[in-house]
Ligand binder design. Sequence first.
Ligand code: G6Q
Length: 540
Amino acid sequence: MRIDETPEWEAVASHFAEVRDLHLRQLFADEPDRGDRMTLEVGDIYLDYSKNRITAETMPLLEAVARRAGVTELRDAMFAGEKINITEDRAVLHVALRAPRGSVIEVDGANVVPEVHHVLDRMADFARRVRSGEWIGHTGDRIRNVINIGIGGSDLGPRMACEALRDVTDRYIKFRFISNIDGTDFWEATRGLDPSETLFIISSKTFTTLETMTNAYTAREWALAGLRDDSAIAQHFVAVSTNAAEVAKFGIDPQNMFEFWDWVGGRYSYDSAIGLSLMLAVGPEGFEEMLEGFRLMDEHFRTAPIGENMPILLGLLGVWYNNFFGAETKAILPYSQYLAHLTAYLQQLDMESNGKSVDREGNPVHWQTGPIVWGQPGTNGQHAYYQLIHQGTKLIPADFIGFCQPNHDIGNHHDLLMANLFAQPEALAFGKTAAEVAAEGVPAAQVPHRTFAGNHPTNTMLLSKLTPHTLGQLIALYEHTVFTQGAVWNINSFDQWGVELGKKLAQTIAPELMAGDDPDLDHDSSTTALIRRYRSLRRD
Ligand code: G6Q
């Protein structure tokens, strides 16, 4: 189905032509209660979407598009365990990772929920032993360092969440993450650490990923260089994987492997065993609280009517800017230093899921798909790139995320932080007219430079406090928002074939870089010249 040829899409297009030039100043003047009305509250998340360039008609028209696209049907198929990842013939069941004990979600006729809880229980048992000091290293020392080795979906989630929840982590243990094949990542993460106090978690769904396996073997050498006994691997290495055979080949005892399943996509996996490092950090209770947060948002997404469904609403607003206003990017601006890795995590979630140009049937799409996602925590960004959002030529819809209660109440820091969070969407929406600037006595020549056009759309999400429970709600909200958009665009949000080609070419090039004699090169002239130059300087 070409969604852009449906009457529902065309109705949005005609509406867009009517409202595209309306200014948020006018919209607020016409509807003074907009800021109270255009809000939605789910669990601990209060969403204010009033500063979007929409009228009372916009959302119902976009909701009709969602109905036409079958968003809720695809959602129901996901929750029912149907194989909606059509190119890999897999179910998409990250929602099963947080399904309550005793519930039933079937894949190929088998209930997967008991397996999920079996692994969660094993993780909890392991986490308790490491955290209490019952699990000791080969030489009898307590584990003081936990290093997760993984990349992409096996890295970004636990890395983001360990930082987000640092306030409630066990400070006795240091948590580090190695992802890059660049040896400096390994070198810096292990620098100064004692192998006898270090536990490596090798996190890889396939257990064949070049970066992860290279780092894992380097870690093995590093540990054995200090511990000098192959049997030490058992206490210092555990694995998270779906590939038991490869884990055993590496030398990790299958007892120390925590499994997950092919129906968990990498970028949707951090609440599976891929989150083992996080569970070690926040403890099984903290992890469970986070899962409850996910569950709350899953239930909302599954059951709330389209017009009151927060992920669907946010997904449709994204479609509005992406497909009608032509916005190319979307900024995610959390006002919390603990959320320093949130945007990197959401970049993968969104850009790997919806960076597609063929529809589910394999036909080229005739509409824009996923946006470029970017951003950093506020207020830092305000002193850097916000200039472009305020006065540049591009339309950049932005999500502002803030918390009413600080994790650390130091002086007036939190009120100042939040004052900035509230000020930015206000400035972006309403701007400052030339007349207002001139009235301040600004010299005429400077007036254009100091005028703010405004009319920049934003969402503001206000949460009570950053906790495992609220983090779970927030992440599930974004997962389902991305889902909604993929469903509207009729693309498969669950594969990632686009990452394959470069990987394959690197396999050809690696031996060419390492060969002793000058190898025959069969590349284009640019790649050939670059390889030659590298080879000659590398030898120097
Ligand atoms: C995520 C992707 C990708 C994947 C990594 C790591 O959705 O599939 O980022 O997570 O390539 O893969 P492994 O876990 O198999 O090492």
